[in-house]
Design a protein around this ligand. Sequence first.
Ligand code: NAD
Length: 458
Amino acid sequence: MEREVTVRIAMIGGGYVGLVSAACFAEFGVEVAVVEADATKLAALRAGRMPIYEPGLDALVSAKVAAGGLEFGHDLAAAVRGAEAVFIAVGTPSRRGDGHADLSYVFAAAEQVALALTGYTVVVTKSTVPVGTGRKISDIIAAARPDLLPGRDFDVASNPEFLREGSAIADFMRPDRVVIGTDSARAADVLRRLYRPLYLIEAPIVATGIETAELIKYAANSFLAMKVTFANEMADLCEKVGADVHDVARGIGLDGRIGRKFLHPGPGFGGSCFPKDTLAMVRIAQDAGAPSRLVEAVVAVNEARKAGMGQRIVAACGGGVRGKTVAVLGLTFKPETDDMRDSVAVPVIGRLVQDGATVRCFDPQGMIAARPMLPDGVVFCHDALDAARDADALVLLTEWNEFRAIAPKRLAAAMRGRVVVDLRNVYDPEAMAAHGFDYSSLGRPPRRATVQRVTERA
Ligand code: NAD
């Protein structure tokens, strides 16, 4: 029988990826010390409060902290001491102005880690980083700690993360694959031991070089962004020719070479990853002398789509929204998260307010994060029906389940007007028309009300 060995690791960064990965590794039986530089976030974590909304995270973190397998601190040297692997899970936002990934947090973390290393350690990037970053981290550590070189007391590896916000724990625990990029057999062995529980569910391990691992992450996100952008363009075309985008998606998605996922039209992708990763991919490819025209087009098409959604709503409202009240359901870039990064809600609501509308909005989890990102005067409501109260038009921006469940009758009773713009295609066009709504969605013919406007209010 193999001997069970407890592995100890440090996680630099306690954000979406760092926190979820740390809690899941702790669930795998690994001892994890999370280092978080943001004092407010750290205080929340230490007090048992989650700084982000992610289903199931609260319970998992508190169980692991109680069991002693997970701890939070700011002392990086203490966390790194004795760790077999140190994961860098800090942000890599778009660099202002040029779209390259901003690696300043990654390199700063690498320097700090280098100075704290004691004995053989694998330094692993979990952050999404451009090709070549692993080598640069290796150079940074070598320059800061020449004493480690003779004994080869460190290795660098790339272990990109593919979890999705909203289903992050399940994604980490049951991944489609784990990518381990390193040139060192010793480092690969450490990482394989960390992921050992996944052997039981036969999660494929893609063992490769560092550069390849780094590129896999950008290639995956760029491909997914391209797929969703294709669906969005098909939706536009369907509207022009009288076709139904859902049937087109099903008709092509049943082809195993295409696949059914990620063919749902929407207002343009947002969030913390696709926008910045597609942009960084464009720059990586340009710098390498192998430009990706496809990804360049995806970025441009998506930008234009997001910018155009406000106009679409204005048109649905008869060409102007001045003096009108517009209810907006959903603010986060997708359901089951409180993440507002690059959410389409920001340009859409900005446009409506600029055109003179009063916006009443509601999101189940995103209100706190959204408040500083939206213009003054936007009314934050208690729930969806409160947002809809006396509204002339209603816009569905994020497909939270609780919005799907609203009976059209109740919406009709709450609203003053009858315009509904559904940018996630969650409502049934026939049912909406039958309840007196002038309903428009994406890639399906708009439906005029088929009953007289109901005047009595519930
Ligand atoms: P985030 O901003 O939520 O978290 C990063 C955290 O790192 C912050 O809390 C910050 O305070 C902390 N930090 C920065 N420098 C530090 C340092 N030197 N020491 C300690 N803490 C430090 O970012 P995120 O969404 O978790 O993304 C992290 C990386 O993972 C990015 O490269 C991202 O592209 C990638 N990624 C994100 C997702 C996702 O869904 N959010 C999925 C896959 C990959």
